[in-house]
Every structure is written in C-alpha cells, then in structure tokens.
Design a protein around this ligand. Structure first.
Ligand SMILES: [Zn+2]
Length: 386
C-alpha cells in the first residue's frame, strides 16, 4: 500500500517542476492555473491566474483551458496539490504543463506580485447564476460585464428592450441619451415606460425602471440632443454604442464619431413590419457609410411616426442588439460584423446578407480624408478638413 509520500514522489517523477523565479519570468505571458480551494484563492492569488480548485479539475479544465498545447504553470499553496494536478493535466492531454515548486506561499514570501481577486458577492452569485453556469461567461465574464459601459442612443422602441436586457445581464454602466418626454402613444412599444411616467423625461423614466431591475447597474442619463458639439464627449469611454435612433443625420454623425473613437456600434432599425440589425466594428467591418453612402430622399424615408410600426417588432430587434452587445463585450461567438440581419415579422423569417467594406467609403476607406465631426444637412455627406 503506497503512502502519501510515495504517491507524491511518483507524481513528481512524472511531471516537471519550475522554481518561483523561473515562473515569474513568464508572468503575463503564460497561463497560471491556481488549483487551491476558493477560500485560499480569495485571500490572494497571482495576477491574472485562472482559478480551478483541484477537486473540479478533471471536469472543468477543458472549459477553462481549451488549448491543450498552450503552456500552463500550475500552482497551489506549497507545491503538492499542483504536482498531482500537473500529472492529471498531462494525462488529459495537456502537452506543456509544469508545477511551481513552493507554491503561492513561497511566491508571496519572496515578495513577488500578487493581488486579491475580485469576486462576486453572494447576491451577485445568485443573480447571475445562469451566466456562471456557462463556461463561456463564468465569473470572469460576469465581472467583465459589470465593468462594461454601454451607451444607448434613444430610450424608445429599440432602446427599451436593449436597455432592459443589458441591465438584467449586469452590464455595469448604461448611458442613455434621449431628449423626449414620455407620451401615451409611446407605450405601444417603448416598454421602459408606463402610465405613471407620462410627461416625465424619458431618461428619468428609463433610469427608474432599470435601477429597479438591477442595483448593480449605474445609469448615466443625457437629456440632450446629440450633435456635433457634444457627440465625441458623450460617447467617450463607452465600450459599445447601441444605436436605436430613427434619423439619418444622427446615424451619420454617430458613425463618423465612432470611427474616430473606434467604438463599435450595434445598429438596429425598424420599419412597419420589418427590422434590421448589424454591427459596425470600426475599420474591421463595414461602417454605416459603406452600406448607405447617402440617405434616401426624405419622401422615400418616412420616419416611424409617419409610417407606423407593429408592436413587439422593436422588442425583437432591440433584443438582438442587446445580445450582439453582450457578445462583443465578452468576445464570444460571431457578431454581426459584415453581416446584415433582416427580419420580416409577417413572413416570420430572418435572413442574413454579407456586407463588405467599401474601398471608396468616404469615412472608413483607405483614401478617406481625416474625419471631421460637424452638423449634417439632409445629404449627410462627410465634412472635409479642406
Ligand atoms: Zn465605411
């Protein structure tokens, strides 16, 4: 019957160990895997380490470390559990695994860098449980969402469902820009608002609804008209812009400003029974001007107020915008970059069309001049620095 000491020698013979000094050379470049228990991890860990307790290793490691050929440095408190963990990883097909001798305790005693990891509170663990169950989101992803800032242009038909779902998902900062007040005719589709809010500023009504859903969300409101004088200041610092505006001059203004600031825009639009959504990733995919170089004549582009829009339809497109936003924030899946999604509610069909960057685009093309932010007339042509 082998003693624990025998088992350890056997494990150590099957793996490679590195010193804390050697491991430190790779900090920030190689994955460090912390296999200690949650209580130990919460007291302090190596910066950027992936945490997976030894007991969950076999069943969860593939979700946390999908690339089996990438180098991994495993550590525990003193180098015993990590030796066993390194051997298990080797058996699971990981090609380049080492165990850090002396573990976190030696690392800390030597004055090497460590920090106290941010962890979700018990309330947050409960609230975001369905996210935590997805390895593609998990605690790291949820923290990312909580740290994210999303700007919603409009608290109307598209902005309402987008804001509700982003708040529910725990996006930590939501900016909302809208200068309208709530009118009874909005309630057919703008589900952020209600009867008690008629006459109230939409941004205030939105803030009340969103903070009532999730206290983790900080709502910043802008009761202004988005214009050339303020657009760069308003969008500054946001990770993603959700565009729910319904007029061409604002879309072009936002397009040019977002190219300048390199902020992706999740675009949505609705008309009668149909809707569209796409993602404009600056200089990666097409921009709004690549798709629509100039606005159609006003008589061919009636606004929702004139043309009508079926209830529920903005809920579908706005929800798709919220989902695309979350994918961008988490860096998962295939966002609608270079693809236009078109939805027909009467046929109940979704179609996607590939859309390309226009090499002649006056805003993002290789020969485009410097972007100048200025008010647009009805032609919305870019302004030249002359
Ligand atoms: Zn373009």
């Amino acid at each position: 019957m082998p003693t624990p000491r025998d088992l350890l020698s056997e494990a150590k013979a099957a793996i490679r160990e590195v010193s804390t000094d050697d491991a430190e050379q790779h900090l920030g470049q190689v994955t460090f895997l912390d296999v200690r228990e949650p209580e130990e991890y919460e007291q302090g860990t190596l910066p950027g380490a992936v945490h997976l307790p030894r007991g969950n290793l076999e069943f969860q490691v593939e979700g946390k470390l999908p690339d089996k050929s990438a180098p991994v440095i495993v550590y525990c408190a003193a180098g015993v559990r990590s030796a066993f963990a390194a051997r298990t990883l080797g058996q699971l097909g990981y090609k380049d695994v080492v165990s850090m001798a002396g573990g976190f305790n030696r690392w800390k005693d030597e004055g090497k860098p460590w920090n106290t990891p941010r962890t979700l509170s018990a309330d947050q663990r409960n609230r975001y449980q369905r996210h935590l169950l997805l390895p593609e989101v998990g605690e790291v992803g949820q923290q990312k969402l909580l740290d994210s800032k999303v700007l919603l242009l409009g608290a109307g038909g598209l902005g309402s469902p987008a804001a509700l779902y982003l708040a529910a998902a725990g996006v930590g900062t939501l900016g909302i820009i809208d200068m309208d007040v709530v009118d009874a005719s909005n309630l057919q589709r703008q589900i952020l608002h209600n009867m008690d809010r008629i006459g109230e500023r939409k941004v205030d009504s939105a803030k009340k609804t969103l903070t009532a859903i999730n206290p983790d969300v900080d709502v910043a409101t802008y009761d202004v008209r988005l214009g050339a004088d303020n657009v760069l200041d308003v969008i500054d610092g946001y990770d993603v812009i959700v565009d729910g505006t319904d007029n061409f001059p604002t879309r072009y203004l936002v397009n040019d400003a977002s190219l300048l600031k390199r902020i992706p825009v999740v675009h949505g639009s609705i008309f009668r029974f149909e809707g569209q959504a796409t993602v404009f990733a600056p200089y990666v995919g097409p921009c709004y001007r690549c798709l629509i170089p100039e606005p159609p004549p006003a008589e061919l582009a009636p606004s929702c107020a004139e043309a009508g829009v079926l209830g529920v339809l903005p809920g579908i497109i706005g929800s798709i915008q919220a989902l695309e936003t979350i994918k961008l924030l988490l860096g998962i899946g295939e966002p609608l970059i270079g693809r236009l999604l078109a939805y027909d509610s009467l046929e109940e069909t979704f179609r996607t069309f590939n859309v390309r960057r226009d090499p002649e685009c006056p805003a993002c093309g290789p020969n485009a001049g410097p972007i100048v932010i200025a008010e647009y007339d009805e032609l919305c042509m870019p302004h030249r620095s002359s």
